[in-house]
Ligand binder design. Structure first.
Ligand code: ZN
Length: 238
C-alpha cells in the first residue's frame, strides 16, 4: 500500500497539487491531504478548489497512482487544484480513533488479550468496537468508563513510527484485529501507533497527538453479538 500524505503530515490539511488525471466529476491527485477511509475510519471530508470553482469531495477512491477525489458535480477539472480537508471532521475522526485505541488497549490488557473483530467510527461522534471475548459479562464492559476517562486525564503522548513487518509480526499484541492485518507499506514496513506507557499497535489511520485532547467519553451500549462477540458503543459526554 502506498503511504498516505496525511500519515506523515497529519497537520497539513491543505495542499496545492497538479491534477494527474481527470474524468467528469473526479480528479486524480498523486499527493493529497485527504485520508481515504479504511480500518473503520471514515474518509475525510473537504473541498477541491480550482481556478474557476470549488466543489465538495463526495468520496475518495484509491488508485495505484494516488487518490481519486469524486466531486458532487460532473465537471472536468485540470491544472492545479487546492485540496482542502475539513478540519473539524478530521479532528472528530482523530478523537474517535484515538479513543478506540484506548478502549482496545484496556480490553486487551484486562480481558485476557481479547482481539478486535470489527471497528467503525461514525460521523455522529460515536464509535463501536467488537471484540471476541466469550465469557465476559456486559456489566464488566459497562464499567470501562472510568479507565477510559482516566487515560484522557493522564494526557499520554501519542506517536507513530514504522517497523519492519517481520519484527512487528513477532511482537505480541501489535496486530489486534482477529481477521485483518493492517496493510504492509511498499517498503515492507508497517506503521505503528504508540500511546506512551499504554499501548502500541499497527494502524494506518489518523489520531490525536495526546490523549488529553479527547473529550470525556462514556459507554453508550454493550451488546452480545453472537456467542463470542461483544459490541461496545462509545460516545462523548458532551
Ligand atoms: Zn489507529
Amino acid at each position: 500500500m502506498p503511504r498516505y500524505f496525511c500519515q506523515n503530515n497529519p497537520d497539513q490539511l491543505e495542499l496545492e497539487v497538479q491534477v494527474l488525471d481527470a474524468r467528469p466529476g473526479a480528479v486524480l491527485l498523486g499527493q493529497s491531504p485527504f485520508f481515504p477511509g479504511g480500518g473503520g475510519q471514515l474518509a475525510d471530508r473537504g473541498v477541491i478548489e480550482w481556478s474557476s470553482g470549488v466543489l465538495p469531495v463526495e468520496r475518495i477512491e484509491p488508485d495505484p497512482r494516488g487518490l481519486w477525489h469524486v466531486l458532487t458535480e460532473p465537471v472536468i477539472v485540470q491544472g492545479s487544484v487546492l485540496a482542502k480537508v475539513d478540519p473539524e471532521f478530521r479532528h472528530l475522526m482523530c478523537e474517535l480513533h484515538t479513543m478506540a485505541h484506548v478502549l482496545n488497549s484496556i480490553v486487551y490488557r484486562d480481558f485476557g488479550g481479547a482481539l478486535l473483530t470489527g471497528a467503525q467510527l461514525a460521523a455522529d461522534g460515536t464509535f463501536r468496537v467488537d471484540f471476541d471475548m466469550p465469557g465476559v459479562y456486559p456489566d464488566w464492559l459497562r464499567a470501562l468508563d472510568a479507565p477510559l476517562n482516566d487515560v484522557i486525564r493522564q494526557d499520554l503522548p501519542i506517536r507513530t513510527f514504522d517497523m519492519p513487518w517481520i519484527e512487528a509480526e513477532a511482537e505480541a499484541g501489535l496486530f489486534r484485529s482477529k481477521s485483518v492485518s493492517p496493510p504492509q507499506q511498499e517498503d515492507g514496513s508497517v506503521r505503528i501507533v504508540e500511546i506512551t506507557g499504554l499501548d502500541r499497535q499497527a494502524c494506518g489511520g489518523t489520531h490525536l497527538t495526546s490523549t488529553g485532547q479527547a473529550r470525556p467519553v462514556r459507554i453508550l451500549k454493550v451488546d452480545n453479538k453472537g456467542k463470542q462477540n461483544r459490541r461496545i458503543r462509545v460516545g462523548f459526554v458532551s
